[in-house]
Design a protein around this ligand. Sequence first.
Ligand code: 8X3
Length: 251
Amino acid sequence: MTQQTVFVTGASAGFGDAIARRFAAEGARVIAVARSEDKLEKLAGELGDAVLPVRLDVSDPDAVKNTIDALPDGWKAVDVLVNNAGLAKGLEPAHKADLDDWDQMIATNVRGLAHVTRALLPGMVERGRGHVVNIGSIAGTYPYPGGNVYGATKAFVHQFSLNLRSDLHGTGVRVTNIEPGMVGGTDFSKVRFAGDQAKADKVYEGTTPLTAEDVAESVYWAASQPAHVNINVIELMPVVQSFSALQIYRE
Ligand code: 8X3
């Protein structure tokens, strides 16, 4: 296989960092995108020329277009786009939730993902190959109290992924949605709980969640299938997580 160019959003930590490292370990070149270029330094320092660090807030539509238009020569032909940037904010019920939290999730998880995809797709279609790997969530399928807008953004990612496949029919461009359940060892819960590390740690206490590396492995596996194979959806959970009953309210 020729050397692949992989564009990873949210690459400065968590899943994004693990995904960038997983692809680089296989010889890929990685365009590592994050809001702060400083945070990409460690990754770039370790992986050297295999990484192009790019500062971009995907929730800013003008910045998305300008940054992608301005990718340096030799880095413009993206083979794999991993739409990883995303966040959960708050776990309050809908009638108490902070509207700024909702707006931020929609701006990043929905609009940001859509805009980055829209900016990179024409090149993939023109080249007759490419792969969009979206990071969804089990929260897009299974509702839970406080999941309100976060789960809805991930339901968007699920349906957008399937609809992309319809639009890309016959182009050779592949689309996959990776839907992880509980993953520990990242800042996901810390961000959700506005920086409260103790509260975040409690989510994973006494249990064995998935790791960012587990998720990166699914992304890499989906992207390394033969060109005629499209993995539509991968849903993965730790063994310790499963389904529970619907709730009944009693007077
Ligand atoms: C993360 C999974 O269950 O914390 O997307 O919402 S969950």
